[in-house]
Design a protein. Structure first.
Lengths: 226, 152
């Protein structure tokens, strides 16, 4: 899922300072799981803003709403009429959600309430780590289920660099070397011969930004050609 | 009229509430401005409960649960402590720092409960009333004001 962190309070407060009536929109999927922008966090931010501005004797009317996913038009469309009453919007979704929301609510300024960090996993409540860089070419099948692009700070595809020290990384000695782990995983799987394969240069051209994916079943609908 | 701090105490039923009950039974004297809300476990306390208390005008909030290691639900008090620490950070950012504290009071420790309330009261007396309560305090002229409002 997408992992995000809430923006510092001072930054959000400064962004909404010129307005009298704002709407905070949460996202109930990834950012809710990583405790950054779900329904609860929307409530906390609203309450914190009310307290801070109340202390300064300023009035700010705050609306709160959380949709299932801000990256999905199906859930955003019903918001359109609702948002018209507000001067500005704070979106607690990841960068994709904020942009999609702006596409719909183009008349008001939209401010991000979180900083989107990475695609990662939920290790335990409140503890998330990166696992995928969305490079558009997955090597996990030949690397023992460990992504060299993400887990190796140098993104090496053909074995470790010379800086591996007792299975640890030279960039961050606290972390295990991704390629050491790949070797051990392949050894356990009984597929060490994968280590001898030479992986060709990573095709960065497949990951031009902004990326587009059209499902093969929908090629005709969207006028895409093979 | 002298400022009387209004303190909201969010306590667990097994330890702190029992201690507070015992303090009452033993006729121990402590500031009367504390209002207790009983939870089954402090692990149920959400940060939003604390922030809403301040929005409503509480001068301080104290969270009090079992001592470390003696939570009836094993780690509810530890979770509460994590949340309280985060809530302290949120309040600090909002400008209401120092008005939230976590205590651990065992069921048999009524004097510790009394001491906790006294400490919190002293702290709030030093900080002054919650500024958000402005215009909403009952002061000496409050009755007169109310009468005027009713008449008008």
């Amino acid at each position: 899922m997408i992992i995000a962190e809430r923006k510092p309070f001072a930054e959000i407060k400064a962004m909404v300072a010129p307005y009298k009536k704002i709407l905070i929109i949460g996202c109930g999927t990834c950012v809710a799981v990583c405790l950054a922008g779900g329904e609860k966090e929307v409530g906390l931010l609203a309450s914190q803003l009310k307290l801070a501005l109340g202390l300064e004797d300023k009035r700010l009317e705050i609306g709160e709403i959380t949709v299932e996913r801000q990256c999905d038009l199906e859930f955003l469309r019903p918001l359109c009429d609702f948002t018209a009453d507000y001067e500005a919007i704070v979106s607690m979704a990841c960068g994709a959600g904020v942009q999609y929301l702006k596409q719909l609510c183009y008349l008001q300024p939209i401010f991000p309430g979180v900083n989107t960090s990475f695609i990662g996993v939920n290790n335990e409540a409140g503890f998330y780590t990166e696992r995928c860089r969305a490079c558009n070419h997955c090597y996990l099948g030949i690397t023992g289920g460990i992504c060299p692009v993400t887990m190796c700070p140098k993104g090496l595809l053909n074995g470790p660099c010379g800086g591996t020290v007792n299975g640890h990384c030279e960039v961050d000695p606290e972390k295990e070397c991704a390629w050491s782990k790949i070797y051990h995983n392949l050894e356990l799987e009984g597929s060490l011969d994968y280590m001898r394969r030479i992986v060709p240069l990573h095709s960065h051209d497949r990951r031009t930004s902004p990326g587009t994916v059209i499902h093969p079943a929908f090629k005709r609908r969207y006028g895409a050609h093979e | 009229m002298e400022f009387q701090p209004k303190i909201l105490a969010l306590v667990c039923t097994y330890c702190t509430y029992t201690a507070a009950d015992m303090a009452g039974s033993a006729r121990m004297q402590y500031p009367a401005g504390v209002r207790i809300i009983k939870y089954l476990c402090t692990g149920r306390i959400d940060i939003i409960h604390i922030l809403k208390a301040f929005e409503a005008g509480a001068d301080a909030v104290m969270v009090s649960g079992c001592e470390t290691g003696s939570c009836h639900f094993l780690e509810g008090n530890l979770r509460a402590r994590e949340r309280v620490e985060y809530a302290q950070k949120l309040l600090e950012e909002a400008g209401l720092g120092g008005r939230l504290e976590m205590f651990e009071v065992a069921a048999s420790d009524a004097p510790k409960w009394v001491a906790a309330v006294q400490e919190m009261t002293r702290r709030v007396e030093a900080l002054g009333p919650n500024p958000l309560r402005r215009g909403r305090h009952l002061h000496a002229g409050a009755m007169e004001q109310l009468e005027n409002m009713v008449q008008s």
